[in-house]
Design a protein around this ligand. Sequence first.
Ligand code: GFB
Length: 438
Amino acid sequence: DYVSNSCDKHQYIFHLTDILSTRQKCPQSIAKMPNTIYLLYDVNPPEGFNLRRDVYIRLAVFVRQLASRKPFQNVRLVLPPWRRLTHWKSSHLQQHSLPWEHFFDIESMRRYAPVLDFPEFLTEIAQFGLQEPPYVQVQQVFQLMNFEYMFEQDVFHEKFEFESDCRKEQHLQGYLLQQPMLLDNDFVCVRYQGSVNLLERLLRQQLKNSVGQAANDVKVYAILNAEIVLHDQWGDKEFWRARRSMRFAEPLQQIAEKYRARVLNSHKVDELVQRPPMWESERVYREAVGGDYLAVHFRRGDFVHWRQRSTPTLKSAATQIREQLHLLNLTTVYIATDTTAMELTNLKAYLQRVRVRRFTPESLTQKALIKDGGHAIVDQIICAHARHFIGTFESTFSYRIYEEREILGFPKHTTFNTLCKYATLEDCEKNSVWPIVY
Ligand code: GFB
């Protein structure tokens, strides 16, 4: 009924699923939606996958709330295509311009906020017929920059200011504007400090400046270096709702599930994890047991050089793993790591008589399908289902596993654990505990 009613009314349509079904039943209705604003964004190019996930949450919470206020009812957050990230080392794989659906369940995310994957955005905007395909005009690019000094007389104020000395060439611009179909009109630099909500003021100001354009114009804005905007409230109910809606893509979940069953004899039904078909049905729960294995995220790569103070040696990590296995009365450790084959062999040498397991794609075809990013997600899912987990100090990769385990319903002490630099040091620096909130 809702869909058929929306055919001849200029109604606010929230989910793309609604839009798509509307399109099938009455193709003209899309073009009638007034004031559609597409908000594109990108993140500082060197940033890794798991910080980018956090930036998404900041924007998703913001856009969801923004959509309840005039004139933003038809705002859409457009997910930036994934560029080849520096950590994606398999150079033989095509890892440019990957859509988010490769890694995440977009329908699930869309039940939280009005988001569009980049290819969906291109299709949708072409159907408006207002832009000349294959090109899309971005009316305004906001290049966010930090203020030189964050504090005025020791006080942190939320503020933004337009920067007069702004040349596009001076900025890295992320990957978004390298998309050949995006034509950017106007590039402005904005010094920005504060929470994501401050963006609303920026957008309102922009809309005021563009009066004179037709009321039902489609507007496309892009925000670069979006990691500069801070969470409105980190770790509150809304944060967790957005986080819970970010379920991994089904094919990756299946690969992880098959691996756990085959190699770790781990089956989610026996392990009492909370996994209803929809994230909306998840509830306060702390009874998860997990599979008969300890999981460790052992971050190496750049951490070995830049984080020497907190990164353990192979021998120290092995000692900590042994001790934990002994405490848990387990004999299997699953290791997720970005280390080299040589280091892994050395680590295993310190772990004799322990079953050490690590996921590798079962074929070249599977690796080409899931790519480095998918491989990392499979590692995260397997870690999330373990009886006990130990992460790496200050790694966002480990943080996302903590969150996943909070959602699945594990007792906190089985999750918020950190590898120490020295096996002998009981009170080494640990990652913070951020429990789930419903
Ligand atoms: O995700 P991420 O930002 O986490 O970056 P950190 C680490 C990337 O390395 C992951 C790969 O996205 C993966 O591609 N990687 C790391 C792994 N650990 C594993 C693993 O266990 N399995 C697999 N398959 N892949 C940030 C960096 O790293 O830390 C920044 O992105 C910077 O460049 C910062 O160094 C300090 O938060 O761990």
